[in-house]
Design a protein around this ligand. Structure first.
Ligand code: FE2
Length: 204
């Protein structure tokens, strides 16, 4: 069972003007696809060839197979990122809203913290809202690193690699983060992840 390039959960122009269709076309059709192709090439003929992607990411990390880990984890992170965005207005469930208020004060305070985490993160990586034990936390990871190799359950992520925003706003990462985090995070997806309490499974 090869790892699939999961389809975008919305049309390529659905996130305009915040994220252009050109950016989505390249980000999904070239960047995400390249990670899928390289991960598939790395597992072909190995004992991981028929595993699902979540298990491949964790196994690659445990084995110290950095090449496979980078491509498998980037495949998973991108699938999770597409679902973390929504062209429609969404809201957290009552349970998630309560946890956000408890741990951050308010949803606006959480949004500011996530923007700040993404802005200050040095170099390529990801800004995340995670459920860590009983607490919600904002964290960032470098390069392909992903919370699913540890104990925390990711609820939402934002890609802060330059390829996510350079075509649209060039080097102005804070502008991209304001556009995305301020207006198009998928709180329905976050609520599903929170209710499940374990990592989202990449399809396929
Ligand atoms: Fe990316």
């Amino acid at each position: 069972m090869a790892i699939s390039l999961m389809p975008l959960p919305y049309a390529k122009d659905a996130l305009e003007p915040r994220i252009s269709s050109k950016t989505l076309e390249l980000h999904h059709g070239a960047h995400h696809k390249a990670y899928v192709d390289k991960a598939n090439a790395a597992i072909e003929g190995t004992d991981l060839a028929n595993e699902n992607l979540n298990r491949i990411v964790i196994a690659a990390k445990q084995k110290g197979d950095q090449g496979l880990f980078n491509n498998a984890a980037q495949t998973w992170n991108h699938g999770f990122y597409w679902h973390s965005l929504s062209p429609e207005q969404t809201a957290p469930s009552a349970e998630l809203a309560q946890a956000i208020e408890r741990d951050f004060g308010s949803q606006d305070d959480l949004i500011e913290k996530l923007k700040d985490e993404g802005t200050k993160h040095f170099g390529s990586g990801w800004a995340w809202l995670v459920q860590d034990g009983s607490a919600l936390k904002v964290i960032s990871t470098h390069d392909a690193e992903t919370p699913i190799t540890g104990a925390a359950n990711p609820l939402l992520t934002v890609d802060v690699w330059e390829h996510a925003y350079y075509l649209d706003v060039q080097n102005r990462r804070p502008e991209y983060l304001s556009n995305v985090i301020g207006g198009m995070l998928n709180w329905t997806f976050a609520s599903e992840n929170f209710a499940r309490g374990s990592a989202w499974q990449y399809p396929g």
